[in-house]
Design a protein around this ligand. Structure first.
Ligand SMILES: Cc1ncc(COP(=O)(O)O)c(C=O)c1O
Length: 275
């Protein structure tokens, strides 16, 4: 089911700024037994994104009521929430009165092979670069052409994900996920001050690490750091945590840390049990 501004529909205005300019934000949540997982952090990222783009954020109670409607009866699936700056005539200028468009829709659960979580995945480094823009970094805005181009760089099921660098050769994230490294016994994840999406699962992993006696560091990460890393893993709100077993020919041990983190987040209900 899809709700557009609370009404069952499957279309928006051709004047919508989300369509014209990518002028909006989105959230993708796992749904289990009719309930969106990690609702609060997703809504808080949406609220923060709205503040930064100066889009009036729909009230949480309204979003919650609509999410409950669209997710009803969904045993396992995906909820997507889109908020745009709404429809107005041509031109970039922000109109004085903004009536945001909100879209809530569900999708079937993506059929990830269970082996990816248990045995790890192969990844490649993409040629497409992320541009640096502190004003957009961290938020999940609708401009995703860099990810679209990066994802078109491989076609086979051989690779589960591609890593993206910025123009200064810093490793930022995957096309649809965030990256963690274990280096010198410490958990490291790329700094997202200039580019990248501050993933909800990344936040959950960072919060969980101290319970596993891991110290964490948010830092600039190079390809050389990846080569030196003892363990690598990816995370996002749908697949949870995937260890990386190979990066462009270099093999990695399928790390105990990624598997332990995954178990803990599964037990806490932060990852949908899919197998
Ligand atoms: C570019 C990008 N980075 C990171 C993530 C991970 O974010 P989250 O943990 O909120 O799913 C996503 C998720 O789709 C993404 O598209």
């Amino acid at each position: 089911m899809t709700l557009v501004n609370g009404i069952e529909a499957d279309a928006v205005s051709v004047q919508d700024r989300g369509l014209s300019y990518g002028d909006g934000l989105f959230e993708t949540l796992a749904v289990a037994d009719g309930l969106p997982i990690a609702w609060e952090p997703h809504i808080s990222r949406l609220r923060n994104g709205c503040q930064r783009l100066r889009i009036p954020c729909p009230a949480e109670a309204l979003l919650r009521a609509e999410a409950t409607r669209v997710c009803a009866g969904l045993t396992l699936g995906v909820l997507k929430i889109i908020v745009t700056r709404g429809a107005n005539g041509r031109g970039y200028r922000i109109p004085e009165v903004v009536n945001p468009t909100r879209i809530l829709t569900t999708y079937p659960w993506p059929a990830f092979p269970g082996s990816r979580a248990r045995e790890g995945v192969l990844v490649t480094v993409c040629q497409t670069r992320l541009s640096a823009n502190p004003r957009l970094a961290g938020i999940k805005h609708l401009n995703r052409l860099e990810q679209v181009l990066a994802r078109s760089e491989w076609d086979s099921h051989h690779y589960a994900e591609g890593l993206m660098l910025d123009a200064a050769d810093r490793v930022v994230e995957g096309t649809m996920s965030n990256l963690f490294l274990v280096m010198d016994g410490q958990l490291v994840t790329p700094d997202l001050a200039d580019a990248g999406v501050a993933g909800i699962m990344r936040g959950l992993v960072l919060a969980e690490a101290p319970a596993l006696d891991m110290s964490v560091r948010v830092a600039s990460v190079s390809l050389e750091d990846l080569r030196r890393a003892e363990e690598l893993f990816l995370c996002n709100s749908l697949f949870g945590v995937w260890p990386i077993k190979g990066l462009d020919g270099q093999a990695y041990r399928v790390g105990p840390l990624a598997l332990r983190l995954r178990q803990r987040l599964l037990a806490q209900g932060c990852i949908a049990a899919q197998e």
